[in-house]
Write a protein that binds this ligand. Sequence first.
Ligand SMILES: CC(C)(COP(=O)(O)OP(=O)(O)OC[C@H]1O[C@@H](n2cnc3c(N)ncnc32)[C@H](O)[C@@H]1OP(=O)(O)O)[C@@H](O)C(=O)NCCC(=O)NCCS
Length: 168
Amino acid sequence: MSVSIRKWRIDDRFALAENLNNPKILNNLRDGLPYPYTEQDAEEFIRAMLSSDENNTFAFAITLNEKVIGSIGVFQQDNIHSQTAEMGYYIGESYWGNGYVTSAIIQVCRYVFENTDIIRIFAEPFAHNIASCRALEKAGFQYEGTLRSNAVKNGNVVDMKMYALVRE
Ligand SMILES: CC(C)(COP(=O)(O)OP(=O)(O)OC[C@H]1O[C@@H](n2cnc3c(N)ncnc32)[C@H](O)[C@@H]1OP(=O)(O)O)[C@@H](O)C(=O)NCCC(=O)NCCS
């Protein structure tokens, strides 16, 4: 197994759409992504990432033996949070449970801490997203507390958990 992160390429639109066109994934993300999620949607996302400011957006494809299996990104915040960044990620369902996202989280955090002045990377999974919470913990993130009734997703009020990794 060789999990890596690399910059997006337009040709990744096929693999991205194939992996993300799944309600089990979309139900664990913020709103705003369409379902069905098409190759056109994937291309728009990739173009947006490639033209984004590379000083504050760190978006990568997750690859397994060169094949794109998912997405991970770290997004710098602003104002007093300008040295804080939010991380998000997902991989295709057929790849779940193999430690792949844990490995991608470790790699992207290393990249961000080595190449920017960011001092804190956080993630806010839904409290019921056990796999995401576990991956964060395995990657060294600290659980900082539960944000009660922090979102409404698919009509349900949900708690979220705050996890963070701070620069040592
Ligand atoms: C969450 C997600 C990214 C995890 O990716 P992954 O590559 O499967 O994660 P890993 O294999 O690195 O780690 C998952 C861990 O959770 C554990 N886990 C998964 N489901 C679990 C459950 N229901 N109960 C207990 N542990 C569970 C796995 O066993 C593994 O831990 P282990 O290595 O100690 O056994 C993936 O499931 C996904 O893309 N989900 C949909 C999108 C999403 O939730 N994105 C994150 C939004 S915050």
